[in-house]
Design a binder for this molecule. Sequence first.
Ligand code: F0G
Length: 450
Amino acid sequence: MKTIIEPFRIKTVEPITMTTPEERERYLREASFNTFLIKARHVLIDLLTDSGTGAMSAEQWAGIMRADESYAGAESFFRFESKLQEITGFAHILPTHQGRASERILFELVGGEGKVVPNNTHFDTTLANIEHSGARAVNLPVAEGKNPRSQYPFKGNMDVEGLERLIAEVGAKNIPVVMVTVTNNSGGGQPVSLENLRAVRRVCDRHGLPLFLDACRFAENAYFIKLREEGQQDRSVRDIVRDMFDLADGATISAKKDGIVNMGGVLLMRDETLFQRATNLLILTEGYITYGGLSGRDLEAMAQGFEEVLHEDYLQYRIRSTAYLGERLVRMGVQIIEPPGGHAIYVDAGAFCPHIPAEQFPGQSVVCGLYREGGIRACEIGSVMFGKHAKPAMELVRLAIPRRVYTQSHIDYVLEVFESLFAKRNTLRGMRIVEEPPALRHFTAKFAEI
Ligand code: F0G
């Protein structure tokens, strides 16, 4: 059959609220044109993030009922640990409350003044945790990753020559760890190839450096490898995932993405000494090693979620349904970062409203336009988010797709809203910031229309 369907049926439903244009105008103004400040119940289709917003399965909810809430040695921990050992091959598995907790522990151990940590592109919490430790974070994406129209299949790859140059410049002894983010979220949700991971590994071996993955979306990355990398088509996603982890010495994971849970994270490593030190920090701030700041039920949901995310009918639907949104936007004339990524579509807001200069936040105008037009919530990734430090390369709006939550007709509705907004894009107005906090201003800044 040609149609790729949602490989599940719906057992529990949650109503979403249709609002009138007048109500949306009022909510938008009450939120000072910042959609982070709008109540979720006033949003019809919420594409703010794919993080922690997935729908859990009947088996995950059953695990939640069965969970063992013992403080130490809970059965739920052992199920979680053995599932992650089976998938990744890592000996040491620590639960944390979310991805940034794993990052905080890792960089408290290996970061510090004078240290430099390269990545294809650091996610903002990774960057913030590295800088918080006193170290410097460096992004090394490949050139293709910076060109939104390039159809290169692995635009998430790391610039391996750039990595060599960085090592020569700052010295291997100042690089505690090399990181690669799969998929590259800040670079458009684009995948990293096995070939690139192997090349990075070879450089790390030559200089005696450990390689860590930021593996939040490891299953989506592996599915792209299966679809696009030569010689991988007949292999199972499970085997490809194992190849990815086999190349690394450790990983940080936010389970809120490919763990398909609402809360949870993992810190994985091979090194015994580093693990002992991480354990001490975990106990200090997260919780005892067999729960790490989570409940037994969260560990059960993760153990099952990490299994389900590897089912290939799920991944086929996941990657295909994101591409469906991207392909139709392109057909409509909306420019996006191509080819479509795994968890989100990134719309080029600069091209959507060329009459609005970067200083007037075209991404924020599109975000407000989508809410006004159809109650859709998206996220600006451009001068509002990053412009305080340096002018970002692009003004983007991210449409992140929660896992197993919306059906094709919801996405068709999003496309209709886009069509209508696109037709009147000349009427979108620039914005100015009237109030902002000292850091991470996109969450709470207040805007006015120009
Ligand atoms: N690394 C990547 C690549 C991420 O995308 C995220 C979160 C994190 C680390 C941090 O994980 O939120 O569990 O602490 N990304 C979310 C997003 C917030 O919307 O892209 P966390």
